[in-house]
Ligand binder design. Structure first.
Ligand SMILES: *Cc1c(COP(=O)(O)O)cnc(C)c1O
Length: 400
């Protein structure tokens, strides 16, 4: 297997019905059969190239799953209608009533709310830990634990999960390590490093155009097939299906992911180091000042950099708010949640993407009210962008 995810994707080649350079979009919910036996067979096992019903699998979703599996280096994948659809079905496939999850406390707000508020209704309880403290992770695992859950680069403080070490802990206890790699596709080869299962919100970097929500679960074929099982598969039975037309547009966007990731990373590295030099408190894994810089350096595919996410401390909520409005007026980007877009996006995690996390818990995690999270865009003149950001920082009193 080539160790460059972009080369593996490039070698994934499919034709349309008429030799089209993009695969044909199947506009169907159901598929005809020429024999009774074949239909019976499909209800009991997967048959290559045969489709039953589009909630189970459709040709275009199949192509997208194979392209994502090629990038991640996994045997197989499933695509869903959102990142949350992927995360919830993956975890429900692994856990049932009475089971427990040990999760990083610094995770996407929606996932946090799912684990903290929704899963307990199903008898699935979660212990939240500081994922950078491996002893704390170990101490919360017991005979009920089924999953260790974390994000490679976490939201919003950009802490790094040591996937290699977490895998060792999971294997010692015979449980699964599930990693959300949404912030670092291609950048961090999460599966190669040791994740049993890798989940994605395709909505972000992978699609890159902010025109839809979608998600994926990448992993070994047996697990992925179990999610689509007609009798007890969470994806099949809960039904968060991605539409074929969306799937087709995501597959096309995927073809430029490697170029975009390099540019997002290059721009983020430049802005992060310049802002740090100017005296701003900056969190960026690519900076030597990041407490886990050496760790992430040992995990990345160097040619893709350190991804496009930067968090800064703008001192207090009011300054952070003024800064974001000023930057939007200066056309630095948009004051909006989400990430991985061609334009820069910025938001204040405490009052938006992490607002599901109670204030006291935010404090314990080191989340201060003045944090501003940036998802750096694909700006061609990043020096000009820097000047606009610095101009706004002076205007709102963050810099002199
Ligand atoms: C956005 C996001 C999700 C949820 O994905 P949706 O596509 O919005 O459902 C999950 N994890 C992370 C890290 C995210 O950024």
């Amino acid at each position: 297997m080539n160790n460059d995810p972009a080369v593996r994707l490039q070698d994934y080649q499919v034709f349309g019905e008429f030799g089209d350079v993009n695969p044909s979009i199947s506009d169907a919910a159901t598929y005809t059969f020429l024999s009774v036996e074949k239909m019976q067979q499909l209800f009991s096992e997967e048959v290559e190239g045969c489709f039953l019903y589009s909630r189970h699998m459709s040709p275009m979703n199949h192509y997208l799953t194979q392209a994502l599996a090629a990038i991640e280096g996994t045997e197989d994948a499933n695509v869903m209608a959102s990142g949350m659809g992927a995360i919830s079905t993956c975890l429900l496939q692994l856990c049932g009533c009475g089971d427990e999850i040990v999760s990083s406390r610094t995770i996407y707000g929606g996932t946090y709310a799912l684990l903290k508020n929704f899963f307990p209704k199903l008898g699935i309880n979660t212990h939240f830990v500081n994922i950078t403290k491996l002893d704390e992770v170990k101490s919360k695992i017991n005979e009920k634990t089924k999953v260790i859950y974390c994000e490679t680069i976490s939201n919003p403080l950009l802490e790094i999960a040591d996937i290699r070490e977490l895998r060792k802990i999971a294997d010692e206890r015979g449980i699964k390590l599930v990693v959300d790699n949404t912030f670092s596709p291609m950048v961090v080869p999460a599966y190669e490093l040791g994740a049993h299962i890798v989940v994605y919100s395709l909505t972000k970097f992978i699609n890159g155009t902010n025109d839809c929500v979608a998600g994926a679960v990448c992993g070994p074929h047996d697990f992925i097939a179990s999610m689509r099982n007609v009798n007890d598969g969470a994806a099949m039975l809960l039904g968060p299906v991605l539409d074929s037309f969306r799937s087709a547009s995501i597959l096309k966007n995927l073809r430029t992911l490697h170029i975009r990731m390099k540019k997002h990373s290059e721009n983020a590295m430049f802005i992060a180091s310049e802002l740090e030099k100017a005296g701003v408190k900056v969190f960026y894994p690519g900076l030597p000042s990041h407490p886990q810089h050496e760790l992430i350096k040992s995990m990345i595919n160097p040619k893709y950099g350190y991804s496009g996410m930067i968090t800064i401390d703008a001192k207090d909520a009011e300054t952070a708010g003024n800064l974001m409005i000023c930057m939007q007026e200066a056309k630095v980007g948009y004051f909006a949640v989400s990430l991985g877009f061609y334009k820069t996006l910025f938001s204040s995690p405490g009052s938006s993407t992490s607002s599901e996390i109670p204030k006291e818990e935010q404090e314990a995690m080191g989340m201060t009210p003045g944090l501003v999270r940036f998802s750096m865009g694909l700006d061609n003149d990043i020096q000009d962008t820097l000047e606009r950001i610095l101009g706004c920082m002076k205007k709102v009193g963050l810099l002199k």
